[in-house]
Design a protein around this ligand. Structure first.
Ligand code: UGA
Length: 436
């Protein structure tokens, strides 16, 4: 079985390399020739742990190659995974599905008989059925099919999540398609990974529901953080206490700056837009609150900085540690850390940002900020140190050593990831979010 993977972002590049690792011959497709050249020379154009060695290994053995040609991919492969982006439309809540549509329209006329197109991109419910109609209308080849196979990988763990998924969902009504995908995922299935075969609509909704649930869980604990701040309670202890209830669980109850990235924020917005189109204006209206709570955490962090600096932000040096939306990633899409840095800069602070991997992507998004190439350079003579992405490098900081370098011992822990006891013992004025 030969495989093509269309779109080579975090999802597609990882999927392509992992399919090669599982023994398939793979061609990856992207519209950007520079990216294709990089990938063909074994270089991953973004930061994702463990991906580059895997990619290089399979590019070197010729099991994996990249091209800009959809026609070439159509001639080569039996199964085509669609992994292109579905970003938020400008000025609207809805997702832009035009890239997914363009891929299906581009592939369809050139497909081989019996070819299977498998969508992995996150799309509004109803998209896959429309794409299937397009495919059957435009493809002259007999027996082509379209299925939906949502992806649940996390950035930073993309390779492990792809090779060892915690569940597989396949939207199809065809037993032939199910058999084909059972072959693709034989390795995970042999390891006991659960497989749920659904309709196209259920498969699409599983993904929207999963990301909405995760976002809601984070905003729930951040709403509790707001209450804790007003009452002197401690949200971390609260999360520990409720998290022991196995029905609730402690994961994704990390209170702090909230969620960002290319998935959770846009997916909850797209879900609301789709529900509204369906006339279900109330069903997921609560996701509007989830979004609001999330965005309020950023404003709260800026006002906390204001407070800690005694009401005067301008010309004070603020060390912002972290620009990526989460650790082990260079992704700054909708990054809470970078938003806070931008806001402080706008208020006149001298902001110096340090991130172990995301300086390049952050500089492209926020060129007005100053970027340090070393961690020490960022906090040197700072009036305030803010940990806004919980990279392990920041968690390992020795508060006594840092204390000797700063102008004032003020630290804001935007991720409740530092140990307040050791920082306070070293003379720091420590503030977390939702903590007394
Ligand atoms: C998310 C989902 O977790 C994946 O299952 C899904 O496949 C992916 O979106 C996607 O749709 O492609 P990801 O965006 O990589 O994955 O990041 P998460 O690990 O979910 O974190 C999202 C954000 O939530 C980060 O900004 C993180 O800092 C924040 N977060 C996470 C919290 O604020 N608190 C927590 O307790 C956990």
């Amino acid at each position: 079985m030969k495989i093509s993977v269309i779109g080579t972002g975090y999802l597609g590049a990882t999927h392509a390399a992992c399919m090669a690792e599982l023994g398939f011959d793979v061609v990856g497709v992207d519209v950007d020739p520079a990216k294709v050249d990089q990938l063909n020379s074994g270089v991953v154009p973004f930061f994702e742990p463990d991906l580059e060695p895997l990619l290089r290994k399979h590019v070197e053995t010729d099991r994996l190659r990249f091209t800009t040609s959809l026609v070439e991919a159509a001639a080569f492969a039996d199964v085509h995974f669609v992994c292109v982006g579905t970003p938020q439309q400008k000025g609207r809540l809805a997702a832009d599905t035009s890239y997914v549509e363009a891929v299906v329209e581009g592939l369809a006329p050139h497909l081989r008989p019996g070819a299977l197109v498998v969508g992995k991109s996150t799309v509004p419910v109803g998209t896959a059925a429309a794409l299937r109609e397009t495919l059957l209308r435009l493809s002259p080849a007999p027996d082509v099919e379209l299925a939906w196979n949502p992806e649940f990988l996390r950035e930073g763990f993309a390779v492990a999540d792809t090779l060892r998924p915690d569940r597989l969902v396949i939207g199809t009504s065809s037993t032939y398609v199910e058999e084909q995908l059972r072959t693709v995922y034989a390795h995970a299935l042999a390891d006991g990974c659960p497989l749920i075969v659904t309709s196209l609509e259920t498969a699409e909704l599983v993904k929207s529901a999963a990301n909405s649930f995760l976002a809601t869980k984070i905003s729930f604990i951040n709403a509790m953080a707001e209450i804790c701040e007003a009452t002197g309670a401690d949200v971390v202890q609260l999360a520990d206490a409720i998290g022991h209830d196995v029905r609730i669980g402690r994961r994704f109850l990390g209170a702090g700056l909230g969620f960002g990235g290319g998935c959770l924020p846009k997916d909850i917005r797209a879900f609301q837009a789709r529900a509204n189109e369906l006339g279900l204006t109330k069903s997921v209206a609560f996701l509007g609150d989830v979004d609001d709570i999330n965005v309020r955490r950023r404003a709260r962090t800026v006002s906390l900085a204001h407070e800690v600096l005694g009401g005067r932000i301008s010309d004070r040096k603020v060390a912002v540690l972290g620009a990526a939306f989460k650790p082990n990633s260079d992704d700054v899409r909708d990054s809470p850390a970078l938003d806070v840095a931008d806001q402080l800069h706008l208020r006149g602070a001298e902001v110096v940002v340090y991130d172990p991997a995301a300086t390049g992507t952050a500089r492209r998004r926020s060129p007005q900020l100053t970027y340090a190439s070393r961690l020490e350079e960022a906090y040197d003579c700072a009036d305030l140190v803010m940990v806004l992405t919980e990279w392990s490098e920041f968690l390992a900081l020795d508060p006594a050593a840092v204390a000797g370098k700063v102008r004032a011992r003020n630290v804001i822990d935007g991720r409740n990831a530092l140990d307040p006891v050791t920082w306070r013992a070293a003379g720091w004025h420590y503030r977390g979010l939702g903590r007394p």
